[in-house]
Ligand binder design. Structure first.
Ligand SMILES: Nc1ncnc2c1ncn2[C@@H]1O[C@H](COP(=O)(O)OP(=O)(O)OP(=O)(O)O)[C@@H](O)[C@H]1O
Ligand SMILES: [Mg+2]
Length: 377
């Protein structure tokens, strides 16, 4: 798939811009704080309906304005698709595909897939469990858009349960019938999330392992899903358990933790507490891997995401690279640029063109960003 046009209104530092893309290799160059990452953020938002660097939609609106609009023309399987997002709090954001309103997020994001690789991703292993869950959830939604609604349903139930627990104020003698209802719903939606995550990681690991082997000269990568419900699961083998098994464990664990949750007034276990970890030759990469080794893991994951999307939805995702080339050494840079291939539209931001081989620059469409304006050069 390709993005042909991007129009932004009141998005971050942009007033009103329209960019037309005629190449599958796009480069945004410009000094710091000009708006390069903001452009990638807008493209990414179309594919995930969230930002890779903030959790609040209002931050995306230009200071002093009360709405922002992202509009894009995409070509997918030779069909033109017009995507439009209006963010206008406190109203719900409005999503349109070819002029038609879409109430379900999945019906919108199923039109476009993107893999984003930022400098922040390089810190994925050392970052917080929150960061890793966000990475995992967004990566899944690129392949399985309906996941986004299931996740949002789970989060709503979790919030309601937490509110209820807060209202109990630690009162162990209160009638907790309502808590049982929230727990039942949390277990049903949460076990399904865990089941989908495990299957995704199993598929992703197969590809990531082989990429990792190539880049690292034969080191062995294993991904673990660290679950508060079913323990640590190595994603190298197809799991022996099904959704039912996870559901039963979920219910049992919630029952076991009931008192603790009432005392602490928050839900302490569930899909929202799970994490992912990475092992290189059986050693926890978070603790033992060098910075370079950790980067290789992240690079392998990103390349695996791209390949898995291609395998599952039969078209190439758009690849967004925010400043990462400068952070990778020659070997990893070449691996990344070679692996992209010609059919993947790639949008790269960089301060200048120094990090690019002449050969790569030949087919690139370059835009310079200066004072919130974008110039084609
Ligand atoms: N909601 C907003 N309204 C107006 N301006 C904003 C808003 N959010 C961010 N900005 C501004 O956008 C500018 C550009 O941000 P961006 O992160 O895209 O820069 P960049 O070109 O990627 O810089 P760098 O090379 O340092 O990464 C920043 O100066 C920031 O203050
Ligand atoms: Mg930037």
């Amino acid at each position: 798939m390709f993005i042909k046009k991007l129009k932004l209104k009141n998005f971050r530092n942009y007033n009103d811009i329209e960019l037309n893309f005629n190449s599958d290799k796009i480069l945004f160059i410009g000094k710091n704080a000009q708006g390069k990452t903001n452009l990638l953020e807008a493209v990414y938002y179309l594919s995930a309906l969230n930002s890779f660097r903030c959790n609040s939609d209002s931050e995306l609106i230009k200071w002093g304005e009360n709405f922002c609009n992202i509009n894009a023309e995409i070509k997918k399987f030779d069909i033109d698709i017009d995507l439009d997002i209006l963010i206008n709090p406190p109203s719900r954001k409005k999503l349109k595909v070819n002029g038609l309103n879409k109430n379900k997020s999945s019906e919108f994001i199923s039109n476009i897939s993107a893999v984003c690789f930022t400098v922040n991703d390089l810190l994925l292993l050392r970052g917080s469990p929150d960061d890793r869950r966000k990475w995992l959830d967004n990566a899944i939604s690129q392949i399985f858009p309906a996941y986004i609604e299931r996740l949002s349903k789970y989060n709503k139930i979790k919030t309601q349960k937490n509110n209820y627990l807060k209202n109990l104020k630690g009162n162990m003698t209160a009638d907790t019938a309502m808590l049982d209802i929230w727990n039942e719903q949390l277990a049903v939606t949460g076990s399904n999330l865990i089941f989908i995550r495990l299957n995704f990681l199993y598929e992703l690991q197969k590809i990531a392992k082989s990429k990792h082997k190539q880049i690292s000269n034969s080191e062995d990568l294993t991904i673990f899903y660290n679950s508060s419900i079913i323990g640590d699961v190595a994603c190298s083998e197809k799991f022996p358990f099904n959704n039912e098994y996870i559901l039963e464990n979920f219910k049992q664990k919630l029952e076991e933790k009931k008192q603790e949750e009432i005392i602490r007034a928050q839900s302490v276990i569930g899909a929202h507490r799970d994490d992912v970890s990475f092992y290189i030759n059986n050693n926890d990469a978070k603790k033992y891997a060098s910075q370079g080794q950790q980067r290789t893991v992240v690079l392998s994951l990103k390349l695996a995401e791209l390949e898995l999307i291609k395998e599952k939805i039969n078209t190439n995702a758009i690849l967004l690279l925010d400043d990462v080339l400068a952070e990778l050494d020659d070997l990893r840079q070449n691996f990344l640029l070679d692996a992209i291939g010609n059919e993947t539209q790639t949008i790269i931001t960089s301060v200048d063109t120094l990090h690019f081989k002449e050969e790569y620059l030949k087919n690139v469409e370059i835009f310079e960003i200066k004072n919130s304006e974008v110039y084609k050069i």
